[in-house]
Design a protein around this ligand. Structure first.
Ligand code: 8OZ
Length: 364
């Protein structure tokens, strides 16, 4: 390896797991689950197997219920066929010596009636439509206007998270990451640009943290805290979710996660997919308020990753798009080898093309 990047290839202890390097495969929606069952299949297992040299993999976002689905062909983890499908994935990654966490996801209002049980409205903290589009079998479409969850219905959604977390255990995952980022359901409760509730789940910061922390506690009822992380995007405007004072919400949230002893927080620094400097936010202060590991994400290059690790500003770096195009990203970063460029046209949906056919260095 080139000596300048040694720190990227130093081992790290995450909870009770030993990661061989500091490189995390970020969660990446690819929309290639089996179309009838939304269960992962052999092609999905091959894709994750190819990328098992990552220090750890976080799977693509995985809906915890049909209600939690917002895009066509994304995988679920709420029935037996899906548990069986994910077992193929975890087995493949473990055969290669890798580690893999499942990302638990409920999209909330970022959905469409065509994807919802009985064509119902999607659910959210409040009945306000996001000004974004989703992907359906027929192509792009504006998301549907949601209905606000009833106060006494929220426990049912929390229970859906608990069940999916238990399913993740049965499917052989090493841990779970709660998707609290990018304007999906948890973020729709956290951020005051979306949450207009007047019950105990809205208004004050304490109230806006209630649902997210109920989800965390439900997951902690089935997983050891050493195997649970959470992804957050405090200043990202992704999916039309913004907060008027993000530090007032995300510092108390992260302090609450720290008290619970979560293994890590995984932070999208800036706007999801870039730019990094979208709004002022002290990510280093956030990191210092948390006792566990800090995974940094968003537009990291090899050089920025090395600089950040060497300055002690993160424990692990998550790479997204680079992992789409480079199954052997770890090896390429080690050798400082050229990187394949990702093709956005094959990010979502389709088959092996642009999914499992990106070459590794030693394929040549
Ligand atoms: C891109 C397309 C669909 C979903 C996220 C789960 O942003 C996603 C996602 C990204 O977290």
């Amino acid at each position: 390896m080139t000596a300048d990047a040694e720190i990227l290839f130093s081992p790290f202890t995450l909870g009770d797991l030993r990661l061989p390097n500091r490189i995390v495969m970020a969660p990446l929606t690819r929309s290639r689950a089996s179309r009838d069952t939304l269960a992962p299949n052999d092609l999905n297992a091959q894709y994750y197997r190819q990328r098992a040299s990552a220090g750890m993999i976080v799977t693509e976002a995985t809906q915890i219920s049909q209600e939690g689905q917002g895009y066509v062909w994304t995988p679920g983890l709420y029935d037996e066929a899906q548990v069986e499908g994910w077992r193929k994935v975890t087995q493949a990654v473990h055969e290669e010596g890798g580690l893999i966490f499942n990302q638990l996801w409920h999209v909330g209002r970022i959905s469409h009636v065509d994807l919802q049980p009985n064509g119902a409205a999607p659910v959210s903290s409040s009945a306000v439509a996001a000004r974004v589009e989703t992907f359906l079998a027929t192509g792009r479409a504006p998301v549907s206007t949601p209905r606000a969850l009833e106060t006494d219905e929220i426990a049912r959604v929390v229970e859906d998270y608990r069940k999916a977390a238990a399913n993740a255990k049965r499917a052989g995952f090493d841990g779970v990451e709660i998707h609290g980022a990018n304007g999906y359901l948890i973020d729709q409760f956290l951020k005051d640009g979306v949450n207009r509730r007047t019950d105990r789940y809205g208004g004050s910061v304490e109230n806006r943290l209630r649902f997210p922390l109920e989800v965390v506690d439900a997951v902690l009822s089935v997983w050891d805290r050493a195997r649970v992380g959470m992804r957050l995007s405090p200043v990202s405007p992704a999916n039309d979710a913004t907060d008027s004072a993000p530090e007032t919400v995300f510092f108390p949230l992260v302090e609450a996660l720290s008290r619970r002893g979560l293994a890590y927080i995984h932070v999208v620094e800036g706007a999801t997919g870039g730019p990094r400097d979208v709004a002022p936010f002290d990510f280093q202060k956030l990191r210092k308020s948390f006792g566990g590991a800090y995974i940094a994400n968003n537009a990291y290059t090899r050089a920025l990753a090395v600089e950040t690790l060497e300055a002690g500003r993160a424990d692990l770096i998550a790479f997204g798009k680079l992992f789409i195009a480079n199954p052997d990203l770890v090896e390429r970063l080690r050798e400082d080898a050229p990187l394949n460029a990702p093709n956005p046209e094959t990010f979502y949906g389709g088959d092996a093309k642009g999914y499992t056919d990106y070459p590794a260095l030693n394929d040549a």
